[in-house]
Write a protein that binds this ligand. Sequence first.
Ligand code: FO1
Length: 330
Amino acid sequence: MRIVVPAGGIGGARFLRGLKAALGIDAPTSGNQTTDSTSTITVIGNTGDDITLFGLRICPDLDTVMYTLGGGINEEQGWGRAEESFTVKEELAAYGMRPTWFGLGDRDTATHIVRAQMLAAGYPLSAVTEALCDRWKPGVRLLPMTDDQVETHVVVEDEEGRRAIHFQEWWIRHRAALPAEQIISMGAESAKPAPGVLGAIAEADAVILPPSNPVVSVGSVLGVPGIREALLDKTVVGVSPIIGGAPVRGMADACLAAIGVETSAAAVAEHLGSDLLDGWLVDEADEAACQGVEGIEVRSRPLYMSDPAATEAIARAAVDLAVELSGGRA
Ligand code: FO1
């Protein structure tokens, strides 16, 4: 099967680990991309979280997918490298460099230097990502949603006045606690899908929306002109990132509030749209509340990705629903 997964950071990356297992795509330890499995996964990674700091281009969601599937992620945190140190960060602060709120790890910095160097040499982000994945061998094809610069900025108001700040500042420094009046995908209107994105969607047997943040992760990918339209022709199954009326992790509720969407599995499905979603997997806690969702096949099952086996089962259920809804064509 050829599966396309528009994804964000931590939740999406963890789900992808389960999807690889469900499709029999090898674990990274073996080093090769896939084993006997004839299935492939193409990830369309969110680049709206990207930020330029200290002359380096940092791509949190692409790196989180690459490290998680490549075996280098800091498992408890869900982002950044395992066995990390922060000497460079400390030295930058000693020079009075700003900001100091971003957790720039030493090992992670090597990734940003490679990326900055290749971008400066004129390589597009998609080529940079491919080069970085040559080392990490995530076992999926990881494409940025676009090679153009798209950044998520958040309009906030506090004692410093009303202003737009970068998503990372809102997310990390303010823990998304500053009410977001507006979430803006800067540059999205003139962005083009990265090479390979529309082709992967056209060839896909199914598209799965993982339990990533529906606004700033999946939403950003769908906001690149041409991507959402291309998905309308495909069988699309989503996995709810909201369980029992609350986000499983991260601060999706703060993002949903910013766009006036209720924090519920039903509201997120309706926000994504019944023209886009064919199927929607929800936790049993949300089954009753989703009865009224029109035009989308809602199925319920335990959705907590509590361990690898649970995550694999969720991914398997999403694939099975896609096969069922595509009339078995997938
Ligand atoms: N998230 C934090 O909460 N604190 C951090 O200091 C932090 C640093 C960081 C560095 C590199 C990276 O790839 C991700 C990082 N994240 C951090 C996560 C980042 O904010 C992502 O955008 C979120 O995971 C949302 O997807």
